[in-house]
Design a protein around this ligand. Structure first.
Ligand code: ADP
Ligand code: MG
Length: 403
């Protein structure tokens, strides 16, 4: 057992009397990509299975609620029909789909449920009251059930009716996925196997200030890559050509470097970069030292020297937290740095290090490389994992009953 960072009641604390024959409303994040009626990556549906199967096996009547996309009112293209079908395949049992969320069809189908049955409500965001966390709507949702389980880590950073509001009206506990996400990341931040190394990349410092601020005082080493690194290089006085630099974040970069100096955290910035004239170039123009970035070029990836240095640091890490690709990995010409980091992190997992990857694009990168199963933990929540790494309290967790 990990030390539970989660001081909240969870599904593992429930007694059989609390679940058998009871109607349990489970918030899952089943927001998967669907194109022309075909589900793309079904990771989020698969991640929901342990909680749903556990409750069904215990004889609960499992009522699943989720959002899909960003509908403005009822949107025929955003119904959860395909999701219900895939969930049924994965659970190996029928999943009844209601055509509404709190209306007569949902109520009738719930009334007809037997112990162990699973039902999926319609897209909860067809109701604008969901995102407004409107108490009347939260109460109506709660009225469908006897117990509430929040398992939707991907939306736990939102205070919506189905993620937070409903907890005011029912006993409210965390599901298996939510517990796992919070435990793994919580432990990595509070009592990590050291050295603790963070790799922070992506395009903008401004979207990751909170993470940098929260991590810089905790880590033994901070590796900064991606376009973000350009802002740091500029803060150190380097010429960065036409690279993406956030002029208004130079002070933030200087402050992060200053704190790292005080806490003796090792900072790794690029020593060399791969440059080209445009982000869509089919080949890199050159690999140059950071003191020699041409005025008309953009730095789009870390260079091999930098990748090698990062590999050395990662080879000694006890815990690795990775958020943000270190280059424009979507373009094969600038994907080598991110590939190198991904392989190094996978190798660290094999040696017994704890490795955690969060962030929508970072996860897409390791999935494209078929390395996702070689990480200790791949977070199912982009925005939620970012806010967790920022040290923020997630409303969907805060709303649950204390232990
Ligand atoms: P995550 O979703 O994992 O949190 P971000 O959304 O912060 O990551 O950043 C991912 C984006 O950063 C990618 O689209 C990638 O192309 C971009 N990026 C990485 N390095 C660079 C760079 N040097 N110049 C421009 N964009 C970059
Ligand atoms: Mg992203």
């Amino acid at each position: 057992m990990t030390t539970t960072a989660l001081k909240k009641r969870s599904i593992t604390d429930l007694t059989p009397a609390e679940t058998r024959g009871k109607r349990v409303l489970v918030r899952e994040d089943l927001n998967v990509p669907i194109e022309n009626g075909v589900i793309g990556d079904d990771t989020r549906i698969r991640a929901a299975v342990p909680t749903l199967r556990d409750l069904a096996d215990q004889g609960a009547r499992v009522i699943v609620v989720s959002h899909l996309g960003r509908p403005k009112g009822v949107d025929e293209s955003l119904r959860l029909t395909e999701v219900a079908a895939r969930l049924s395949e994965l659970l190996g049992k029928p999943v009844v789909k209601a055509s509404d969320t709190i209306g007569p069809d949902a109520q009738a189908k719930i009334a007809a449920m037997q112990d162990g049955d699973v039902l999926l409500l319609e897209n909860v965001r067809f109701h604008p009251e969901e995102e407004q966390n409107e108490p009347g709507f939260a109460k109506a949702l709660a009225g469908l059930a006897d117990l509430y389980v929040n398992d939707a880590f991907g939306t736990a950073h939102r205070a919506h009716a189905s993620t937070a509001g409903v907890a005011a009206f029912l006993p409210a506990v965390a599901g298996h996925l939510l517990i796992k996400e919070i435990d793994v990341m919580g432990e990595a931040l509070s009592e990590p196997k050291r050295p603790l190394v963070a790799i922070i990349g992506g395009s903008k410092v401004s979207t990751k200030i909170g993470v940098l601020d929260n991590l810089v005082g905790k880590v033994d080493a901070l590796i900064i890559g991606g376009a973000m690194a350009n802002t740091f290089l500029r803060a150190q006085g380097h010429e960065t050509g036409k690279s993406l630099v956030e002029e208004d974040q130079l002070d933030v970069a200087r402050r992060v470097l200053e704190i790292a100096k005080e806490t003796n955290a090792l900072i790794i910035l690029p020593q060399d970069v791969v440059v080209a004239g445009s982000i869509s170039a089919t080949t890199a123009a050159a690999t140059v030292d950071i003191t020699a970035i041409p005025a008309d070029m953009i730095a789009l990836d870390i260079g091999p020297k930098t990748a090698g240095r990062i590999g050395e640091v990662l080879s000694k890490a006890g815990t690795i937290i990775w958020n943000g690709p270190v280059g424009v990995f979507e373009n094969p010409a600038f994907a080598k740095g991110t590939e190198s980091v991904a392989h190094d992190v996978a190798a660290a997992t094999k040696r017994g290090s704890t490795t955690i990857v969060g962030g929508g694009d970072s996860v897409a990168a390791i999935e494209a490389l078929h390395l996702a199963d070689q990480m200790s933990h791949v977070s199912t929540g982009g925005g939620a994992s970012l806010e967790f790494l920022e040290g923020k309290t997630l409303p969907g967790v805060a709303a649950l009953n204390d232990r």
